[in-house]
Design a binder for this molecule. Structure first.
Ligand code: ADE
Ligand code: ZN
Length: 344
């Protein structure tokens, strides 16, 4: 990447390059229009009169202020078809952004607590994943997230419900309200999940302290950290993340909307890359945070001194950090090499 690129060339490159999305809550891709359509189809009443009023409420001050609205939005999801429709809408957007592989988080407890059968949740999502592979050429997998504001027993019950569906998802994660709910709370659930052959990830260091990242690594034995932006406060932790090539799934627009950083120009993504951290760019909850993955790339590259080399590193990191097989990773790497060569 010796050539100088104009800002326009750089934007074309980051939008056109193949990439993996590793941090997307599928319930966070539910656009207000689809929320209202599903509310009507399922006769669910909402606290907002229309799409505009709902969108106007998307002014968050921290993670919890977002989660309250996010769980209310998910209340319109009742049937297998609803989960399919939500995920399919995401895959069409992902295709437009040149996402070649997506690993989708889903929150079964948000739905089973309302009486929705676990099978309807996972079957609708899995059907969309299979169709995305067949019709859009996107590799798609599911990661089951435990809600950390609920207790260990609820997480165990969810893992038990998930057991008959083990072939349909590849891993477990940990999300929802972080502060006050350290990873240790779920040590035994994650140990059982790993014994079942599931991969493990966890949100840590989004709002919570670096100690939560240490315990996600040491206690939950995760293979990726979701967010992890607080890691730079702890030089020893940074050393470890670099030495172990431990990926962080960073979500820049989310961090701004939830006031983790005051503005994109103050985000620490460039510092992470310069220190050698295996960072990736992702959308988190794109319907709520103002953009899908390419918007995250575009706005972050416009705000920070990131160049074409960083772009390719971010795309390469996304495939390396994914749970794709070695053969799939090799194929993604070759396609990325070809893309890079075409840009000169
Ligand atoms: N659930 C959906 N989005 C989340 C986020 N950014 N952090 C924690 N839990 C979430
Ligand atoms: Zn998240």
């Amino acid at each position: 990447m010796g050539t100088l690129h104009t800002p326009e060339m750089l934007q074309a490159m980051i939008c056109g390059m193949p990439k993996a999305e590793l941090h997307i809550h599928i319930e966070g891709s539910l656009e207000p229009e689809l929320i209202f359509a599903l509310a009507q189809r399922n006769r669910v009443s909402l606290d907002y009169p229309n799409v505009e009023a709902l969108r106007a409420a998307y002014a968050f001050t921290n993670l919890q202020s977002f989660l309250d609205i996010y769980y209310a939005g998910a209340s319109v999801l009742l049937k297998e078809q609803d989960f399919f429709d939500m995920a399919w809408a995401y895959f069409l957007r992902a295709k437009a952004d040149n996402v070649a592989r997506a690993e989708l988080f889903f929150d079964p407890q948000t739905h089973t607590e309302r009486g929705v059968p676990f099978a309807d949740v996972i079957d609708g999502l899995r059907r969309a994943c299979d169709q995305a592979q067949r019709e859009l050429g996107i590799e798609a997998e599911l990661i089951l997230c435990f809600l950390r504001h609920l207790d260990e027993a609820a997480a165990f019950a969810t893992l038990e419900e998930a057991r008959p569906h083990l072939g349909k998802f590849i891993g477990v994660g940990l999300d929802s309200s972080e502060v006050g709910h350290p990873p240790e709370k779920f040590a035994r659930v994650f140990a059982d999940a790993r014994k079942l052959g599931l991969r493990a990830v966890a949100h840590a260091g989004e709002e919570g302290p670096p100690e939560y990242i240490w315990s996600a690594l040491d206690v939950l034995k995760v293979e990726r950290i979701d967010h992890g932006v607080q890691s730079l406060k702890d030089p020893r932790l940074v050393e470890r993340l670099v030495a172990e090539r431990m990926p962080l799934t960073v979500c820049p627009l989310s961090n701004i909307k939830l006031c983790v950083f005051p503005k994109l120009a103050a985000h620490n993504l460039k510092t992470m890359l310069d220190r050698g951290i295996v960072a990736t760019i992702n959308s988190d909850d794109p319907a709520y945070f103002g953009g899908y993955i390419n918007q995250n790339f575009a706005q972050t590259f416009a705000a920070l001194p990131l160049d074409a080399n960083d772009a390719i590193v971010l795309a390469r990191n996304s495939f390396e950090a994914s749970f794709a097989s070695p053969e799939q990773k090799r194929a993604h790497g070759e396609r990325l090499d070809a893309f890079k060569a075409s840009f000169g």
